[in-house]
Design a protein. Sequence first.
Length: 134
Amino acid sequence: MRDRKIRVLVAKPGLDGHDRGAKIVARALRDAGMEVIYTGLRQTPEQIVTASLQEDVDAIGISILSGAHNTILPKICELLRAHGLDDVLLVVGGIIPDEDIPGLKQAGVGEVFQPGTSTQEIVEFIRSHVKQRA
C-alpha cells in the first residue's frame, strides 16, 4: 500500500505554446487523487528532469504538439537515466504519428497517448504502472 499520493510532473517542452490539453490532464490527475506539479510552457529537457528530481516525482507527463517528439523525448529519457531516475514513469500525449511510437518506447517512454484518449485511461495507466514507493 502506498504511504503517499502518486506525484506527477506535467510539462510542455520546446516551443509548443498550446497547453490546454496539459491543463486538462493535470486536473484529471489531481481529481483522481494524485499530486500534480505543472511546470508551464517552453521547458527544456534539462529543466523537466531537474524539476522531476527536485519534486521526487513518480511519473512525468509530457504534452507535445510541435513535432519535436523524436528529439525531445529521447533526450528526456537519457537525462532521467543519467540522474538515476530509472524508476520514474515517462508518458507523453499529443500529435505523434503511429510510426514514431515504437522508437519512443524503445528510448524509454512508457506510453504514448494520442488524440481521443480519455483522461480516465491516462489515470488508470499511471496508477497501474507507477512502481510502488513509500
